[in-house]
Design a protein around this ligand. Structure first.
Ligand code: 7TS
Length: 416
């Protein structure tokens, strides 16, 4: 595997033009061009997504799966069409494997409660890694409290990479699930997930991949990855908030009991007995985020129109440029220097609080995040309370990177 910091990305010259597809990027902040570098938190929305949402509410807003009238039929078709778009996007073998949820967080909680809870007994183990987002830690802690299972944590090294040998040593006959981030939000590390799932498969352990930070930046093929569950959020891939996806192997979904009860997830209900709907509807109780699913499909169409290979290569070029330029600055420490890395720059500055860096960069129109990024164990590992984090997306440009680094240099001058 070549190092992303040495590999030469293929040219992707047309991507900077994509900036114009995102209306919000035309606005100014404190009188400056908005340089939006908080994409790991949430991404901006292209015109096509905004239009898809607008069209739904203006032209065919209705509840789905139950109406016989035209609007309801159109809304149902669009909602189920969105499911098909998601299935193709991640190469699921069937639309029945796509469960719409609120986001990555809800997807992981669903797996913990519906897959984990009935199967785990005291002394069983769940394996995660040290670089997980709290969403991939706390649902397992809750499950451990409920079942007496034990949470095991595979270590990372000083570059912020998962140690595969150590991870393998932690797989035991009692391991009932391995849950790992595809890409770390706090460090940018791209985990070797195909290698990890192959390893887990040899030990007979099912794998959940947290794809929140992956889907907008690299191609995802759930069959090639050979995982069992894959979770992601719409808002991190240029779609709306409040919609996300749990992909799971159909056989597993069939076996898993419903997580929430309510309308739409049933076939028949009586006070004696309720028969559940077939998958994936068994897991979608209540009126779903119809507009959200439609907006997500528009976002996926947008991304596929460019191609994730091209996006990944383009962002990698930005990462190389930004990494080189950051090294010009004295007292800046990069947190997360994995050999295989997405376009995320987490850093600390000697003698300055990350929040001050964030606030002062905002005065220059530059939006970065500061804090623990919902990954407190990562912060603890690196001995910091938090970092400032610039995270890029397909609409960022070299000019954005230069404005960011030049602004950071001015901020550092001010602080010293
Ligand atoms: N997993 C990872 C790796 C994430 O980065 C996030 C959100 C989540 C799960 C949870 O996603 P949600 O959509 O359900 O909230 N990460 C971040 C972040 O880095 N800054 O704000 C949210």
């Amino acid at each position: 595997m070549s190092s992303p910091l040495t590999a030469t990305p293929p040219p992707a010259a047309d991507l900077p033009a994509r900036r114009n597809d995102f209306p919000i990027l035309q606005r100014q902040v404190h009188g400056r061009r908005l340089v939006y570098l908080d994409n790991a938190a949430t991404t901006q929305k292209p015109q096509t997504v905004i239009e898809a949402l607008d069209r739904y509410y203006r032209e065919y807003n209705a509840n789905i799966h139950r109406g016989v009238h035209t609007l309801s039929e159109e809304a149902t078709e669009a909602y189920e069409g969105a499911r098909a778009t998601v299935a193709r996007f991640i190469n699921a073998s069937s639309e029945r494997e796509i469960v719409f949820v609120r986001g990555t967080t809800e997807a992981i909680n669903l797996v913990a409660q519906s897959f984990g809870r009935p199967r785990l007994a005291a002394g069983d183990e769940i394996l995660i890694t040290h670089l997980e987002h709290h969403s991939n830690i706390v649902p397992w802690q809750l499950l451990c409290e409920q079942t007496g299972a034990v949470l095991k944590v595979a270590p990372i090294n000083e570059r912020g990479e998962v140690e595969i040998g150590a991870l393998e040593r932690l797989l035991s006959p009692r391991t009932k699930l391995l849950s790992v981030a595809h890409v770390s939000n706090a460090l940018g590390t791209i985990n070797p997930v195909a290698e990890i799932t192959a390893l887990a498969r040899r030990h007979g352990v099912p794998v959940l991949l947290d794809g929140a930070q992956a889907v907008a930046h690299l191609p995802v093929d759930v069959q090639a990855l050979d995982c069992d569950f894959y979770a992601f959020s719409g808002h991190k891939i240029f779609g709306p908030t409040g919609i996300g996806v749990l992909w799971a192997r159909e056989a597993l979904l069939e076996e898993m009991p419903p997580w929430q009860g309510g309308g739409d997830m049933i076939r028949t209900v009586s006070f004696d007995q309720t028969e559940y709907n077939h998958v994936p509807h068994k897991f979608e109780a209540g009126t779903p985020h119809i507009a959200g699913a439609i907006g997500l499909a528009a976002a996926i169409d947008y991304v596929q129109g460019i191609g994730l290979e091209a996006i990944g290569a383009y962002e990698h070029g930005l990462l190389e440029h930004a990494t080189a330029r950051m090294q010009e600055l004295e007292g800046v420490r990069l947190i997360g220097t994995a050999r295989h890395k997405a376009a995320v720059l987490s850093f600390t500055v000697e003698g300055a609080h990350p929040n001050d860096i964030g606030l002062l960069l905002d005065q220059h129109g530059v939006a970065v995040r500061s804090g623990h990024h919902c990954a407190m164990p990562v912060m603890e590992f690196f001995g910091v309370s938090g970092t400032a984090r610039a995270s890029m997306a397909l609409y960022n440009t070299r000019e954005d990177v230069d404005i960011f680094v030049d602004s950071l240099a001015k901020v550092l001058e001010l602080l010293r």
